[in-house]
Design a protein around this ligand. Structure first.
Ligand code: MD5
Ligand code: FE
Length: 204
């Protein structure tokens, strides 16, 4: 375990190969009920370069109007599947937060153009709750800055099986994913990188 910034922890290899495969199968089950969707960004109307879905009572969505949390899938209109117990157990073990997460946002990155530009996660009311982050599949080049967009940033590779926790001040740091090391992992049959983030949305 390494502490690199205020409240930020990175645990490379936290999940062994079997642990990674079992979370992958949980994602497959979620995606059968709540298909991955390519959202459109508000204002610009441009599509993201990654596909997203969710589990939990609240799912993160985007459309021409806004970024927001929704209790239902924007295409199917059905509630998101429940967050699997194994992921709740990981949250309880690692965050020390006294309440369960309400959202598991799942991002699928695939190919050379897949990225997530520098941003802050500020659509959650519970900004004091940590965010727990699980990476599966291809290595992602992650970028972490500070509380202001103009703060210096550093980038580092995040491999399959890594868990990161953003607590305290780091919860609101600017961050993004520059690109993948395409083909660096064979975990996903279809290739690419999956990122799961467990989030508390409402104030308990
Ligand atoms: C990813 N996803 O790898 C990243 C990991 C997203 C997103 O950024 O919003 O879906 S989430 C990393 C994160 C969350 C909250 C705070 C900070 C980073 N941070 O302060 O650096 O797909
Ligand atoms: Fe984010």
């Amino acid at each position: 375990m390494t502490t690199m910034a205020e409240g930020f922890r990175i645990l490379p290899g936290y999940l062994d190969r079997d642990g990674q495969k079992s979370i992958l199968s949980l994602v497959d089950t979620i995606a059968q009920q709540a298909p991955f969707t390519r959202y459109i960004m508000p204002r610009t109307g441009r599509p993201f370069s990654i596909d997203m879905t969710n589990a939990g009572s609240q799912g993160w969505i985007a459309d021409r109007q806004s970024y927001r949390y929704s209790p239902v899938h924007p295409v199917t209109g059905r509630p998101w599947p429940a967050i699997p117990d194994a992921l709740l157990a990981l949250w309880r073990d690692l965050t020390g937060y006294g309440h369960d997460p309400e959202c598991c946002l799942i991002n699928h990155y695939q190919g050379d153009g897949a990225k997530l530009s520098l941003h802050r996660d500020e659509d959650e009311e519970a900004k004091d709750a940590p965010i727990l982050n699980i990476s599966l599949g291809d290595t992602g080049i992650f970028r972490l800055g500070g509380p202001a967009r103009s703060d210096p940033t550093r980038s580092f590779p995040v491999e399959s099986g890594t868990v990161m926790i953003f607590a305290g001040p780091s919860r609101l740091y600017y961050h993004g994913v520059d690109r993948l090391r395409v083909g660096s992992s064979r975990l996903l049959p279809q290739g690419g990188r999956l990122n799961l983030t467990l989030r508390r949305v409402t104030v308990p």
